[in-house]
Design a protein around this ligand. Structure first.
Ligand code: UD1
Length: 338
């Protein structure tokens, strides 16, 4: 079965491609390389021993998508291709809306016109905002996200739900908590452009001496140690959830399926706990200072992930320390390439 993976050379996309190949799916990757690099394709081949088909183009270009669907018998799609920098999304809202939503709509049009089902959307726990209840269930009410990036995820979900209901399609919305870590081979991982915004890439670069010190954004939150709490999920566990979600859609005999899953570990870790776990796992120091809170940050977010466990037979069980070890291995690999 041939699956289109948009953004398949990106962080979560590349790990998911490896898991799809392991499970004997044929994979067609489209990635415009705007936030990824070509060597990731070679590394996917090295790690999986298989060669996915790859097209480097911008998925806003309808005519190219049309040709792609003419050339391949695509039976499902996992849509990762999107801009994802929260700060940048506030400065360039139109670029974010155009890119993230046009890509989505262009692919859904092909699905509609060619009678294809099985669509998986890469969503985010950002759609819950600061939830009033913890842990966060799939039924926890959504709040308007603070960022344009978050809004594109929420709008994307709405578009897909309407699409599935009107045209009788099978779809799965996967709401990721905080993905971290790298492939155990050390050959795939996150490639932050410039100064990282996310915690783990910043911690890693600080340990490597690229950054002088980590700024911890606030230690006056109402949490155990005063720093904010998130649910950090290992990227390979996350990748496996995509395969499980896809297999469930394919196996379903219903014509319309509207699946929504929280993908997290179910455990919250504070910023300080992440720093300490990184130091312990890798036996390196991470110098830090306490700063003001970052605007738009929430206090706490962790998943109730039992729905995914029950319905997909999937569970994120890699520990924080193991995940952070792989991040360090990936950093060493990147240094060895320079
Ligand atoms: C961020 C995005 C979220 C997106 C997710 C993708 C914001 C406000 N939210 O989530 O929409 O879906 O990334 O992974 O950007 N921290 C520091 N110092 C740093 C970096 C982070 O203390 O240098 C803290 C943050 O304040 C936060 C925690 O670490 O408490 C995690 O931050 P981050 O990795 O950026 O993820 P989120 O903010 O949860």
């Amino acid at each position: 079965m041939t699956i289109l993976v948009t953004g398949g050379l990106g962080y979560i996309g590349s790990h998911t491609v490896v898991e799809l190949l392991k499970n004997n799916f044929e994979v067609v990757i489209v990635d415009d390389l705007s936030n990824s690099e070509k060597f990731i394709l070679e590394n996917i081949e090295e790690v999986s021993g298989k060669k996915p088909i790859f097209y480097p183009f911008d998925l806003r270009r309808k005519e190219l998508i049309h040709q792609l669907f003419d050339a391949h018998h695509i039976e499902g799609c996992i849509n990762f291709a999107a801009y994802k920098a929260v700060g940048e999304s506030q400065e360039k809202p139109l670029d974010y809306y155009e890119n993230n939503l046009f890509i989505l709509i262009n692919i859904l049009q092909e699905f509609k016109n060619r009678n294809i089902s099985n669509f998986i959307f890469s969503s985010s726990c950002t759609v819950y905002g600061q939830a009033d209840e913890m842990p966060i269930h799939e039924t926890t009410p959504l709040k308007m996200p603070e960022s344009v990036y978050g809004k594109t995820k929420q709008m994307g979900e709405e578009i897909i739900l309407d699409f599935a209901k009107a045209y009788h399609k099978k779809i799965s919305l996967l709401r990721y908590f905080n993905p971290i870590g790298a492939h155990p081979s050390g050959k795939l991982g996150e490639l932050p452009l410039g100064i990282p915004n996310n915690l783990v890439p910043f911690v890693t670069q600080t340990a490597a001496g690229i950054r002088k010190e980590l700024s911890i954004f606030g230690n006056d939150y109402p949490t155990l140690d005063g720093t904010a709490v998130r649910d950090y999920i290992y990227v390979v566990d996350l990748a496996k959830a995509h395969v499980a979600a896809l297999q469930k859609l394919i196996a379903s005999t219903e014509d319309t399926v509207l699946d929504i899953y929280n993908l997290g570990t179910g455990n919250g870790s504070s910023v300080l706990e992440v720093v300490q776990a990184f130091e312990k796992a890798n036996q390196v120091a991470v110098p830090y200072k306490i700063c003001d809170r970052r605007v738009g940050d929430i206090t706490i977010a962790y998943a109730n992930a039992t729905k995914a466990e029950k319905e997909l037979g999937w569970k994120a069980d890699t520990t924080l320390e193991i995940a952070l070890k792989t991040t360090w291995q990936w950093q060493k690999y990147l240094e060895s390439r320079n």
